[in-house]
Ligand binder design. Structure first.
Ligand SMILES: [Ca+2]
Ligand SMILES: [Ca+2]
Length: 393
């Protein structure tokens, strides 16, 4: 028995040695002889890149194929593929300038073949194509930038604007991989100004800059002192110490039982509350503030609709004459489960949830805030403040 075990042990060891010899390259495999070069090279030029196809040399100890090239910016780059590939892609070209690529066949002992030189002529880089597709438009309190990024490349879109000292500097950098998207630069003065837009790719290549003169539309925060809750017949009832006045007291913080709105047990989804702004105006956005300590959780409104009307609301509480101004789904950027917040979630919660109202929306005086879903799919609505922005003139 002991002998059998011993034999088994020897067998095991030889298997280990055998497998080492097969799989792990090392000095033991170095024959000191370089493989022949790759052959039959073909180039397919791509946007900001090139695919190089080749035949690998017939060396048994061939390990990989390496391409080395210097970009027009003077950076040395390297691409490696294993011997089982017959093509590789060189990437990160910021221009259509031709570029020489040296290709080496390398064996397990790191013996490299003579290089084969090939010139690639990359097509227009993606960041330039995205830059050419950028459009920017004036909106309330800022500008909106639209872009198309068909290949979903990892890009940064940079917007330049004059700062308070008159320096033309980045006002916002928007990192994206989205195919199609838009973003806003806000808190800008309603004055004609010059803006710049350029795109940076993940290799640091920059597009040229698009310059546009734009005049952000005037936007101001409406006076919360003129606002009051209406409590129309179909509006959700109040409960749990909640009141409607705290929604219009200018703060999303308040004392424990006086600082929030809270609907009652009878209320069901969807449910709504109504208020009078005290002025008839063009609205640019409505911002609502979650109850501190309950951000993106519990009874905080998640999916909402904003309705408005310029005429006195129907006395029966119906939606007659009310117009749907916006539909909005609140997004928790971190995606963390309820009860957990990232720093960004906290910052976003404190900043308030901004709901853009389209410029085509009519002037209104009365607003209905309709909640379709809260953060626990429950029946209550609880939050602390509403502010409304726009142009009262
Ligand atoms: Ca060799
Ligand atoms: Ca409040």
């Amino acid at each position: 028995m002991k002998q059998l075990l011993w034999l088994f042990y020897i067998g095991l060891c030889s298997m280990v040695v055998f497998s080492c010899k097969q799989d792990v390259p090392g000095p033991i495999d170095n024959d000191g002889v370089a493989p022949g070069p790759v052959s039959n090279i073909r180039v397919k030029n791509l946007n900001g890149a090139a695919e190089i196809t080749f035949d690998v040399p017939p060396a048994e100890d061939l390990l990989y194929i390496r391409a080395v090239y210097t970009t027009p910016k003077g950076e040395i780059r390297e691409t490696k593929v294993s011997r089982f590939n017959n093509s590789l892609t060189v990437v990160g070209f910021g221009s259509t300038d031709p570029c020489q690529v040296s290709i080496y066949a390398v064996d397990k002992g790191e013996n490299a073949s003579e290089p084969v030189q090939v010139t690639v002529n990359p097509k227009t880089p993606i960041m330039k194509i995205v830059r050419d597709g950028i459009t920017a438009s004036e909106e309330f309190g800022g500008i909106n930038v639209k872009f198309e990024n068909k290949t979903e490349a990892d890009l940064a879109i940079v917007v330049l604007a004059n700062d308070s000292l008159g320096h033309f500097v980045p006002a916002r950098t928007y990192n994206t991989k989205q195919k199609l998207g838009d973003f806003s630069v806000r808190d800008l003065k309603a004055e004609k100004a010059r803006f710049g837009f350029f795109v940076r790719d993940r290799w640091g290549n920059l597009s040229d800059t698009l310059y546009l003169e734009l005049k952000p539309l005037f936007e101001t925060k409406f006076d919360f002192r003129k606002m009051r809750g209406l409590m129309l017949p179909t509006d959700a009832g109040l409960g749990y110490g909640g009141k409607i006045e705290p929604l219009f007291d200018g703060t999303n913080y308040g004392t424990a039982y006086e600082g929030f709105y809270h609907s009652n047990d009878a209320a069901r989804m969807p449910q709504w509350l109504s208020f009078d702004m005290g002025i008839t105006a063009k609205i640019s956005r409505l911002v609502y503030y979650m109850r501190p300590g309950y951000f993106y959780d519990w009874h905080g409104p998640r999916d909402v609709e904003i309705w408005g009307t310029a005429s006195t609301p129907a006395a029966d509480g119906s939606f007659n004459n009310w117009v749907l101004l916006a539909t909005h789904k609140q997004v928790k950027v971190s995606g963390l489960p309820n009860g957990q917040l990232s720093q960004t979630d906290i910052e976003n919660g404190n900043a308030g949830e901004s709901i853009a109202i389209p410029a085509s929306a009519p002037r209104v005086r009365y607003i209905r805030f309709k909640t379709l879903r809260n953060w626990t799919d429950g029946t209550y609505v609880n939050f602390n403040e509403i502010s409304v922005w726009g142009d009262p003139n």
